[in-house]
Ligand binder design. Structure first.
Ligand code: FHN
Length: 436
């Protein structure tokens, strides 16, 4: 190749590389600006509530296994019988402000509502159908998506929406030609009539008609409607990484390697094996759920707790008790969860617990002690960081002066077990000289 040609070629390659770099850099910084609220918030709530909350896991006197929101499918309920539930949907205890207050008191920073689950029933005033939504088909006739959005904004809570994209049993998503304009129209309503939406969560995308190009088209469509929005991966059960964050859903966890990069939300149920309320399902323990949240934070993941309200619009008492425990723990220890990051590699502890690191200040770490060691009663922390200051976040817990030693660039901190500790997790805050 002649020298002039070579120079031209190198020049073209340089220009192309520059353009590619610029656009990918712009994309990633834009993504990080869009997702900032998500990374800072760390903790949210999702609500599964609809016609399926009326049978609450029981059909014709029988307990129906699997998720309560799948009862139509699992109990093989005909369309005619399922439609009758709409005429009974009249949740006289529903109060959007109360729901959002409960979420906020529990320490949640965002609130996601299931606008349409796989039964296709719409909990807002959709104009895309006139027979399968809360206004036209129920005696309740109130736009629940709107009421919850208004309540979120009053309380400074970020509002997020779930929509079953790929699976709809009522306007069958198997008839893709007719269904696609229907669901695109509905997403437009949800993203343009209900104020700012933090994220959109897609679901039901494992159906055969759903493929990669649908996922990309959907993502681009949604971003064109709201350039600031973030979404989960519209093909969450594949290894593709479209969208802005992945889901570590209960009963479906991504492979560990997938957890190493990108944004993730861990979603956990308060009742075993159901998202929608089931009158007979067992309840989880607060301690396990709160530790699950701490574990998520220690992996730089968000944690989203699922609540299935009852048909009358109230939260089950067991769910309220769990939320109260979240609120109590986060009120005192929230500093160790909100605005933190995880994957702290340069610090080790000799007990069952987790570590998070502040994103707001330099050189601040939080050690969450689940169980104090039984053989020797002190927690030992080893790190290369020059830690000088050790405190407990909970002012009701007092510790003896910790022993801090520094040898050959390694700091060893010994903290004796306090007389009283937190049965969920006691949080120890570590600061170095460089802390700001
Ligand atoms: O089938 C649904 C299920 O009912 C529930 O809505 C969860 C929430 O993420 N998503 C699906 C299962 O992956």
């Amino acid at each position: 190749m002649k020298t002039v040609k070579k120079i031209k070629l190198i020049f073209v390659i340089l220009i192309i590389s520059f353009v590619v770099f610029q656009s990918s850099h712009a994309q990633s910084s834009q993504t990080s600006a869009r997702s900032r609220w998500f990374r800072e918030a760390r903790v949210g709530m999702i609500i599964h509530w609809g016609l399926y909350s009326i049978p609450a896991g029981i059909w014709n006197g029988k307990q129906i296994p699997y998720y309560g929101e799948w009862i139509k499918d699992r109990a093989s309920i005909s369309n005619a019988d399922y439609s009758k539930l709409a005429t009974q949907f009249n949740p006289e205890k529903f109060n959007a402000d109360e729901w959002i207050k409960m979420a906020s008191d529990a320490g949640m920073k965002y609130f996601c509502f299931v606008t349409k689950h796989h039964d296709g029933f719409c909990l807002w005033d959709t104009k895309e159908n006139n027979d399968w939504n809360v206004i036209d088909a129920t005696p309740f006739k109130r736009d629940i998506v709107k009421e919850l959005g208004d309540a979120c904004r009053k309380k400074g809570m970020i509002y997020a929406l779930y929509y079953s994209t790929g699976l709809d049993w009522h306007y069958p998503s198997t008839n893709w030609k007719a269904y696609k304009p229907y669901y695109f129209g509905q997403l437009k309503e949800l993203l343009t009539n209900y104020g700012k939406i933090g994220y959109l969560w897609f679901d039901g995308e494992w159906t055969p008609q759903w493929n990669d190009s649908e996922a990309v088209e959907l993502y681009n469509y949604v971003r064109a409607l709201d350039p600031d929005i973030i979404t989960n991966n519209p093909k969450k059960k594949s290894s593709s990484t479209y969208g802005d964050f992945g889901l570590d859903e209960e009963n479906y966890s991504p492979p560990d390697s997938a957890l190493r990069s990108g944004l993730w939300e861990r979603d956990r149920l308060v009742q075993f094996n159901t998202w929608g309320y089931k009158s007979w399902a067992k309840w989880k323990k607060s301690v396990d759920l709160i530790r699950d949240m701490i574990d998520a934070a220690s992996l730089s993941m968000n944690f989203c707790i699922n609540i299935g309200p009852m048909a009358d619009g109230s939260f089950p008492p067991e769910a309220k008790a769990i939320l109260k425990d979240f609120g109590g723990w986060l009120k005192v220890n929230g500093e160790a969860i909100y605005n933190t990051t995880g994957n702290v590699k340069n610090m080790k502890i000799n007990c069952e617990g987790r570590i998070t690191k502040s994103e707001l200040a330099n050189s601040i770490w939080y050690v969450h002690v689940f169980n104090w060691p039984t053989n020797d009663s002190s927690v030992t922390i080893t790190t290369y960081e020059p830690i000088t200051n050790v405190t407990v976040l909970d002012p009701r817990i007092s510790i003896k002066k910790p022993v801090i030693k520094r040898n050959d660039g390694v700091t060893t901190i010994m903290i004796y077990k306090p007389k009283t500790s937190n049965s969920i997790a006691t949080v120890i805050k570590l600061q170095s000289k460089n802390s700001k």
